[in-house]
Design a protein around this ligand. Structure first.
Ligand code: GLC
Length: 739
């Protein structure tokens, strides 16, 4: 099927295909099924709603408010991919689809493993698995969108239900896939395509939203540790960064800043001048990012518990008592974030921290994690337990439901509460929130990291495909703990991790209690020198990183992209998961094994130049590359113009740094996005967007949009080894006059 007319023709011809597999007779189901279709851009969408009798489809928290797709109800039969849906017994909806042997399964959120999720069974339920390894299944996030990559027949399948799901991606090797959705609420299933990958991601992120432009500081390096125990340690860490001239923009305060780990308290014993510390850090160019956990100590001496009880914000058991589970502070109650009034209540509590000047909020333990109750759902079960056996009840928009029905939303709605509260507290500022748990659409509420990894080369290696998959699911600002959270790092691992990590959209070093310190200077001067140089390279690329976030806003494109994103006709590119493209212009191919000094690198079509300089290599080719400890393990695409900056130490210094537009090759093009990096003024047109072209040695800068009053007066251009300075302000004035 080549075009959409053919696609719809085939879809219309087909006959409704409910439970037609001869070996599986579905029980008669009272549930309704309804099809609708829409076309967005060039991407066809089909929506299948499976709903309880006489009820509308359940309210979706995944859909973006601005996803105004025009749906038309249609009678459809066999769908592309031979998708079929039927009700099995009780509270399970089953969707089956063909998985041709040529198809790869990308996406599906945060999964432990490579890019291709095929031939495994995956349970999607938010789970705190702090010692995950190869046999692990469910992790912190539930993001049920899968990209079935099969050349021109590529599709995306999005199963919009925050209840537990089991995805079998051809585990029986019979070229079939299935999704079982364990819910009584009903579910909406979206089938997107056929379309190329960038179009599928554009369409999916139109439906579920995109990550807003993050504040500039959050693109910089963040230093964290569980825990810097007191004020003087945090101050010393910040000073150490500045003394050693290692760039850094934020220090993170883990649970020890609180009194007895209780949310919205400060331990005055250990942080006597918390507010003063934040302003002193601010003067040094650092933000402070505190952690916030959802569990509220069930104690009359806890102000949040008292206020929360008064406002009835906590989830209740079927007997009507507030549910109690154990986390860091002790026996805790858990706000029901699915309720809007509870998110508002949480937002009011967060003011406590915003008023103290924190730079953003780190939301943790929000699967929700409970000590001793790590597995809320037994994946071998064929049924959803009764609502009374689902730990506690929650209030969905349509009424009271068992917790598991909406479990996927817990972390997402907590992050949303933090996001919206920060926006309300600082209405014209960009928001930084970080969350561990989330659901489809959670990208609208900021950044994610992939939870408790280990200081293992294996976790460094896997961070690449895992983050690529999370990116394909719409989450633009994502990263993993650099250096590894659990276990002990060493100098070599830390260097190799920074060589990859300088290209994580969210760029943070974090480490667990009891582990060997892993700040950039922890392993002696040689390691420190290498890491300083690497972090500086990330800062030199800040203007490029900003542009990539703008691209994400425009098209949903992730920052870390599989090679096939830009080289879909290159059959080799489809099988590379230990390299990635950082935007279109940089190909990153780091060393991912201990004691390795060189590696095979695949360079697709085009010419490639090492980021740190060196001979140009024509692709497609496979070469052996040696990466020294302080080298940036990346190649620049010829045809690119990169906006580079001289070294600096925090984002507050960026505006004073002269931009160098470095042209790679004879003919090149690039884009320069300029705005204040902090406010929402860009939404009112206060930005510059320059198109830059180099054609046979002639350079042109052409503004697509002019609106940034503080644009730098001059920029430097480097082409064929020659640097010239160009006056941006003159160019802007002439263009404005001409218009
Ligand atoms: C969880 C988080 C980790 C944090 C720790 C203590 O394990 O994933 O990042 O440091 O809790 O708050």
């Amino acid at each position: 099927m080549r075009n959409k007319t053919e696609f719809w023709h085939a879809a219309r011809q087909a006959v409704l295909h409910v439970g037609s597999r001869p070996d599986r007779k579905p029980a008669k189901s009272p549930f309704r099924q309804q099809f609708a279709k829409a076309i967005v851009g060039r991407t066809p969408f089909i929506r299948l709603e499976v709903t309880p009798p006489d009820e509308a489809a359940p309210f979706s928290f995944a859909l973006a408010n601005d996803a105004r797709l025009k749906w038309r109800n249609v009678k459809l039969g066999r769908l592309p991919l031979q998708l079929s849906a039927y009700r099995a017994q009780g509270a399970v909806t089953v969707v089956e689809f063909a998985l041709p042997s040529t198809a790869q399964c990308w996406g599906l959120g945060e999964r432990y493993g490579g890019l291709d999720q095929r031939s495994r069974v995956h349970t999607l339920i938010t789970t705190d698995d702090h010692s995950h390894q190869e046999s692990s299944d469910a992790l912190y996030k539930s993001i049920p969108v899968l990209y079935l990559m099969d050349g021109a027949q590529s599709h995306a399948l999005f199963v919009d239900s925050p209840a537990p799901q089991r995805w079998d991606l051809d585990s029986r090797l019979d070229e079939r896939g299935s999704v079982e959705i364990f819910t009584r609420r009903g579910v909406s299933i979206y089938l997107l395509g056929p379309a190329p990958l960038p179009q599928l991601v554009a369409a999916y992120t139109l439906l579920t939203g995109r990550t807003p432009l993050p504040p500039r500081f959050s693109l910089g390096h963040q230093q964290s540790r569980w825990s810097y125990p007191d004020e003087s340690t945090i101050r010393a860490i910040a000073t150490e960064f500045r003394n050693r001239r290692i760039p850094c923009d934020a220090v993170v305060a883990d649970i020890d800043y609180m009194e007895d780990y209780r949310a919205f308290t400060i331990s005055r014993e250990r942080f006597p001048k918390f507010e003063g510390m934040i302003s002193d850090l601010g003067a040094q160019g650092f933000k402070l990012i505190p952690i916030v956990d959802p569990g509220i100590l069930k104690s009359r001496r806890d102000a949040t518990y008292v206020a929360g009880t008064h406002k009835d914000v906590f989830c209740r058991t079927v007997q009507g008592d507030p549910f109690v589970g154990k986390v860091w502070p002790g026996k805790c109650c858990f706000p029901d974030f699915v309720r809007e009034d509870v998110r508002e209540f949480w937002g009011e509590r967060l003011r406590f921290l915003f008023d103290k000047g924190v730079g953003g909020i780190w939301n943790d333990m929000n699967e929700p994690a409970l000590f001793g109750q790590q597995r809320p759902f037994d994946p071998s079960k064929q049924q959803l337990p009764k609502a009374s056996d689902q730990m506690f009840l929650q209030t969905a928009p349509e009424g009271t439901v068992g917790h598991l029905e909406v479990r996927g939303l817990y972390g997402m709605q907590m992050a949303r509460a933090a996001f919206e509260a920060q926006l309300a507290a600082r209405p014209d500022q960009r928001v930084f929130t970080l969350t561990r748990s989330t659901y489809a659409g959670g990208q609208r509420y900021g950044a994610v990291w992939l939870g408790d990894n280990k200081s293992w080369f294996e976790h460094l290696r896997l961070s690449i495909p895992m983050l690529m998959n999370v990116g394909l699911c719409g989450f633009a600002q994502s990263g993993v703990d650099i250096g590894g959270f659990g276990e002990n790092a060493d100098g070599e691992l830390l260097i190799r991790w920074y060589q990859t990590g300088i290209f994580y959209p969210f760029f943070r070093n974090h480490c667990a209690m009891g582990q060997r310190p892993q700040e950039p200077w922890a392993f002696g001067p040689k390691v420190e020198r290498a890491i300083r140089k690497l972090i500086r390279a990330r800062y030199r690329l800040t203007r490029y990183v900003e542009r990539l976030f703008v691209e994400h806003r425009e098209s949903g494109a992730p920052l870390m992209r599989p090679l096939a994103w830009h080289y879909p006709d290159d059959s080799h590119a489809w099988h590379v998961s230990d390299q990635f493209l950082f935007g279109e212009d940089l190909l990153v191919a780091p060393i991912l094994n201990r004691a390795q000094r060189e590696r095979m690198v695949y360079l697709p079509e085009g010419c490639w130049e090492p980021f740190d300089g060196g001979a140009v290599i024509p692709g497609p080719t496979q070469i052996v590359v040696r990466w020294g400890f302080d080298e940036v393990p990346a190649f620049v695409r010829h045809g690119a113009i990169l906006p580079l900056l001289p070294a600096f130490e925090h984002m507050g210094q960026l505006e004073q740094r002269t931009i160098l537009l470095k042209c790679y090759g004879q003919n090149a093009s690039g884009r320069l996005w300029l705005d204040d990096g902090e406010s929402l003024a860009y939404q009112r047109g206060e930005y510059d967007d320059w198109q830059i072209q180099l054609r046979s040695g002639r350079l042109s800068l052409d503004p697509r949009h002019l609106g940034y009053a503080k644009r730098p007066k001059r920029v430097l251009i480097e082409a064929a080894g020659q640097q010239t300075s160009i006056s941006l302000s003159d160019l802007a004035t002439t263009t404005a006059r001409r218009r």
